[in-house]
Design a protein around this ligand. Structure first.
Ligand SMILES: [Zn+2]
Length: 699
């Protein structure tokens, strides 16, 4: 390609005043090391710049991007520096080998072109000299950029197309998880190593039985079993190592469809994020590129694999926003993970709180409150429900006791045999290794001391390992036998004969109790409306509905009983607070908090429950205060009290200080009569002193 004009016409004085920038780049480290020829060509451009009039010392070389791919500018400091220099108008010319490749990415390319155009910077590559300010030159450069990107696209499409086609036919050789291997014809087979095979079989068996990845991990740990791993890289690539089974490894194995004999490709997608980073995201099964079930032998069936996924999903959901059926955990809530809200159909969660030193269970449905900030859907106190369901279970289990016990026993037996087999295999492996070491030692020429010594040491090591494994094996066997003979057998028998005792045994863990519940119950639906409706769905499909009263809240439990309130209300008609307290205690009543009544407590209860006071009651009956009656008769309030004591006036105490309200006097009531002894004018019995007044004037 030749530029439209003579190069020397494009280079003007203002270009020469500024520096020249030579940008050097090699995509990969490989190119940096081996493609020295192109590096030579890049440095040769410098000579071109000098020929065009730039002094040597003003040709700056930017070579910071060696070994970086040109696909994006994000990580290429050199390129960014170049853009900055051009943008600030420091550059008169930019030099580069195949400028169109300078930036593969179209947007980078156009940005640089644009900035060059704005700052009147020339561009030079092996093909010629371009002035981005010139329309024709810019068009040419733009085309070159587009072609370069298209080339990249075609290259990638051709590469990936081949891979995808092969994958579609199920013929693509992808890395296999441990336990599967390629045979000499490239067909997938189970790993020829019997120990690997057996371990994986056990792994999937335990998983089916325990129903949780964590349980499998614990099982492997408890029984001292190792899990194989094939090294994916490094010097020892392809080698088998044995190590403890981690949770993530267990999850990975359970999720891997290859173990179910399926060929899969494209289970993840890696979209580019801002900044050019890629993150692998798992795709739902419908969007996998290829899925061919039963393509090769595996360790479980496709159905079992799908069951595993469902189980993992359920376990994960137990921690998620909508807790589906979860595995039993610690904590006394018997129905944890089994309770369904009768209002909205979501799983209910468990909440514990302390009440008088005891752990109290609440079942609550709070999906709406956590997700949408609304109130709780349902909150139901759990203690009564747990107790009732427990009793119901004991009732139900009685006829099937023996069957259950046998199942448990068989289960224990089967488990022990399996583990024993695995351990024996480990021991056999150790024995084989020792034998191999021995053979090697025997075959070496005894005169070759150095080799013989090494081999002998190796043999010794192997023998020691064998002894250790044998001892461990024997110990574990002994232990197993003991467990089965003594504790286990008796426990099983006890369970068969007397489940209720086991159920109530404080030594039985809450988790075990929950496991027992799960043997029989599928789920429990709770609805609170007037009473608590408990709908139990059993494993067999039968259901049972119970109705329970709503238990009192702790506040309600401490509140004064309605009966006590009624009695106090009645007594208020005729008694003061202290009198009421005495009378209530005589009747054997107690407050809500189980205390004896006192004057103050009566007052508190009276005020809290809004019972009308004795004063108000007397006033409602038309009784007058001392002041009022004094005014009516025309005497002082002092005399009112005296007259009451002497029986001329009828007064009723309204408090425990002896203060009274008085019966109004009629037309022929007492009047002031000087000189007549009060005792002769008595109309009512004399009132006692207020300190111990026992007066009960019934109206
Ligand atoms: Zn609900």
């Amino acid at each position: 390609m030749i530029s439209s004009n003579d190069p020397h016409q494009k280079v003007r004085a203002e270009h020469l005043k500024r520096d020249a920038y030579l940008y050097i780049r090699q995509s990969t480290l490989q190119q940096v090391l081996h493609n020295t020829e192109s590096t030579q060509r890049q440095y040769a451009l410098k000579q071109r710049a000098i020929a065009l009039g730039w002094p040597t010392e003003r040709v700056n070389i930017i070579d910071g991007d060696q070994g970086q791919s040109g696909a994006s500018a994000t990580d290429r400091e050199g390129f960014q520096k170049l853009v900055a220099e051009v943008g600030m108008g420091h550059a008169g010319i930019v030099l580069g080998l195949e400028v169109s490749r300078l930036a593969r990415n179209c947007s980078d390319w156009h940005r640089l072109l644009e900035i060059c155009g704005l700052t009147d910077t020339l561009i030079l590559d092996e093909d010629g000299l371009y002035d981005p300010g010139n329309f024709n030159d810019r068009l040419l450069l733009g085309l070159k950029g587009a072609m370069s990107e298209a080339e990249l696209h075609v290259l990638r499409a051709r590469l990936q197309g081949g891979i995808r086609n092969k994958a579609r036919r199920g013929e693509l050789k992808t890395p296999l998880p441990v336990g599967l291997a390629y045979d000499s014809q490239g067909k997938v087979i189970l790993d020829p190593d019997k120990q690997v095979q057996q371990t994986l079989r056990t792994f999937f068996q335990i998983d089916r039985r325990e129903g949780s990845a964590l349980a499998v991990v614990k099982y492997f740990y408890k029984n001292g079993l190792d899990f194989p791993q094939r090294l994916r890289g490094g010097v020892q690539k392809g080698q088998l190592v044995w190590g403890p089974l981690g949770h993530s490894r267990a999850i990975y194995a359970l999720r891997n469809p290859r173990y179910a004999g399926a060929f899969v490709f494209g289970r993840t997608r890696a979209p580019k994020l801002a900044g050019g980073r890629q993150v692998h995201k798992p795709l739902p099964q419908e969007e996998w590129h290829t899925l061919i079930p039963d393509a090769h032998p595996g360790y479980l069936t496709w159905q079992q694999y799908k069951d595993n996924l469902r189980m993992l999903h359920a376990c994960a959901q137990a921690y998620g926003h909508d807790r589906r059926k979860g595995p039993p955990r610690q904590g006394p809530a018997l129905l944890q993970g089994l309770v369904v809200c009768g209002v909205c159909g979501r799983r209910m969660t468990v909440r514990y709180h302390q009440r008088q030193g005891n752990l109290v269970v609440d079942y609550l449905c709070h999906h709406e409150s956590t997700q949408h900030g609304q109130g709780l859907c349902q909150l139901i106190s759990g203690s009564g429900i747990d107790k009732t369901v427990g009793e119901l279970l004991l009732e139900m289990v009685r006829p099937v006791t023996l069957e259950l016990a046998f199942a448990v026993q068989e289960e224990l037996q089967a488990r022990l045999e399996e583990v024993d087999q695995l351990r024996r295999r480990q021991m056999e492996h150790a024995r084989y290794e020792a034998q191999l070491a021995r053979t090697r030692f025997m075959q070496v020429d005894p005169n070759n001391r150095l080799v013989a010594d090494t081999l002998e040491a190796d043999w010794n090591d192997k023998l020691r390992a064998l002894t250790e494994t044998q001892e461990q094996y024997e110990q574990q066997r002994q232990k197993d036998r003991m467990v089965l003979d003594e504790a286990s057998r008796q426990k099983v028998l006890a369970l068969a004969q007397d489940l209720p005792r086991l159920w109530h045994d404080p030594n039985t863990s809450d988790q075990d109790r929950k496991r027992m519940v799960r043997l029989l119950i599928e789920d429990v639906t709770l609805t609170k409306a007037g009473q608590i409706t408990v709908q139990i769905r059993f494993k067999g499909g039968t259901t049972q509905t119970l109705h329970l009263p709503i238990p009192l809240t702790s506040w309600q439990a401490r509140a004064t009983s309605p009966d006590v309130l009624r009695q106090i209300d009645q007594l208020l008609e005729s008694c003061t607070d202290a009198e009421i307290a005495a009378e209530m205690n005589r009747r054997g009543c107690r407050t809500g908090t189980k205390l004896e009544f006192t004057r103050i407590l009566v007052k508190v209860i009276r005020l809290r429950h809004g019972l009308k006071s004795r004063y108000d009651r007397l006033r409602e009956r038309g009784m007058l205060t001392a002041v009022e009656i004094a005014a009516q008769i025309g005497i002082s309030t002092g005399w009112v009290r005296v007259w009451r004591h002497r029986g001329l006036l009828l007064g009723y105490p309204y408090n425990d200080k002896g203060e009274c309200l008085y019966e109004p006097v009629g037309d022929n009531g007492p009047t002031k009569q000087l000189g007549i002894n009060l005792s002769e004018r008595r109309r009512f019995p004399e009132a006692q002193s207020h300190v111990d007044n026992e007066v009960h004037h019934e109206a």
